[in-house]
Design a protein around this ligand. Structure first.
Ligand code: FNR
Length: 423
């Protein structure tokens, strides 16, 4: 393989074409539809349903895309774009591109190295990675693989405040520079594909590594189990039990099985992970437990954005969870202009959901976002080619964005804002 060290679009384009000349293709396809198709082939049907699926009729997934189609870039010519600066600053840190990795849980469904592979790929490019609360690897392990490169932590607010505090403290210790509270998943959405397959990875003990590695959660596991949870023993449930024991940290299958801890972990997780009683006033608790900037993920209404400012949060992530929670919801880009107006540049706005290339990044920035996050595309790269696959997906997005910016006549992110987009 021909390697160039530059992270510029031109360098990456050259590498792709030189490799092609030498008879080598990149590990992951550049076309998003081919990327999806190959990822589907690389995954089990249950994993594909979990990763690719959305809620209900999946109209929110479609709305995310159509919102991007609704806005058009109007390129400007003859503006000397030989020097280009794609950097953005957020909370006193500068990142190479307005691109971040959204938190995606249960990545062990996709690749055994899961979050660690993603962390390494992100670190190679200094692209910030938002660790998922539902990760397959404990945050400490991923942080250790990332050196000093940027990472944030995404929190699901469980029924145990002690656990919330513990997660946040661990995140601070492992170098996370912001806390993202996801608001839209106080219950799991009606995910038709997963329901059809009657499959939830958490029941096999997958995606609960932040919990099983947590001292507070380990204590919570000793509390009596919920007597309302009944299980029927079948060959299938025994296979699930084996997976559950294997997913639990530590060695020695029989010892783990005899300890009963893997089963207790799953039961405890199921009973505490969601908290539909959460309200704005709970945010004060988080403020008492961290000095890090707090961002709210899942904001779609300008009044919620205003309220977030009133409650003193440091940032907003416009998100509908990639269409996995409320079917028939507004596309994220469609929500952006009104929220940008309400926020009036007081705090940074990030956006995710259906971002599938450099043009989408451009449009989000033109409408007032500071940066965007991607979810499924990097999970697809991970499925196809592990760490290298994630790395390539990131390079593709970064290169596509830089070229779109320049070819539209902009030299920097600030100029994209001035340029705007047309409806
Ligand atoms: C997610 N998302 C998510 N969000 C979050 O706050 N915590 C999480 O653990 C997860 N887990 C998760 C798993 C899977 C399989 C997907 C696809 C998504 C939502 C994610 O952060 C992001 O909002 C969307 O993925 C963005 O949309 P796209 O880029 O996937 O269209």
């Amino acid at each position: 393989m021909v390697q160039t060290n530059e992270n510029s679009a031109a360098g990456w384009q050259r590498e792709i074409y030189l490799n092609g000349f030498a008879g080598h293709r990149m590990s992951v396809p550049i076309s998003l539809s081919t990327l999806e198709q190959q990822a589907e082939k690389a995954m089990s049907p249950a994993a594909w349903a979990y990763i690719a699926g959305g809620a209900g009729l999946e109209s929110t997934v479609a709305n995310n895309r159509s919102a991007f189609e609704h806005y058009k870039i109007v390129p400007r010519m003859l503006r000397d774009v030989s020097n280009r600066d794609t950097r953005v600053s957020l909370f006193d840190q500068t990142f190479p591109s307005p691109l971040m990795l959204a938190p995606v849980g249960v990545l062990e469904l996709v690749h055994p190295d899961a979050d660690v592979a993603v962390g390494r790929a992100a670190a190679a490019l200094d692209v910030p990675y938002i660790f998922s609360n539902q990760a397959s690897k404990p945050m400490e392990e991923v942080a250790a693989a990332m050196g000093m490169s940027p990472r944030w932590f995404q929190l699901y607010w469980s029924k145990s405040r002690d656990l919330v505090a513990s997660f946040v403290q661990r995140a601070e210790k492992c170098g996370c520079s912001a806390i993202v509270v996801t608001l839209d998943t106080t219950m799991l959405g009606w995910r038709s594909r997963d329901l059809d397959g009657a499959y939830l990875p958490f029941m096999e003990g997958k995606g609960i590594a932040q919990y099983t590695s947590d001292p507070v959660f380990q204590k919570l596991m000793d509390e009596p189990a919920d007597p309302n949870v009944r299980r029927t023993i079948t060959a299938h449930s025994l296979a699930g039990l084996v997976k559950m024991v294997n997913s639990y940290p530590g060695t020695g299958f029989l010892n783990k099985l005899r300890s009963g801890r893997p089963m207790k972990a799953v039961q405890k997780f199921i009973s505490i992970y969601s908290n539909p009683a959460l309200t704005w006033d709970d945010l004060a608790f988080l403020r008492q437990h961290t000095k890090l900037p707090v961002l709210l993920k899942g904001v779609l209404h300008p009044d919620d954005a205003r309220q977030a400012l009133d409650y003193g949060v440091q940032g907003i992530i416009i998100s509908n969870h990639g269409g996995r929670q409320v079917d028939g919801s507004i596309g994220t880009l469609q929500a952006l202009p009104a929220i940008a107006k309400a926020v009036n540049k007081q705090v940074p706005i990030l956006l995710d959901g259906g971002v599938r290339g450099g043009a989408d990044m451009f449009k989000a920035l033109a409408l007032g976002a500071t940066a965007v996050c991607i979810g499924r595309p990097y999970a697809y790269g991970l499925a196809i080619a592990g760490q290298r696959g994630v790395y390539e997906v990131l390079r593709h997005f970064m290169a596509d964005f830089e070229l779109t910016m320049a070819l539209a006549g902009c030299r920097s992110v600030a100029e994209i804002r001035e340029a705007g987009v047309r409806e």
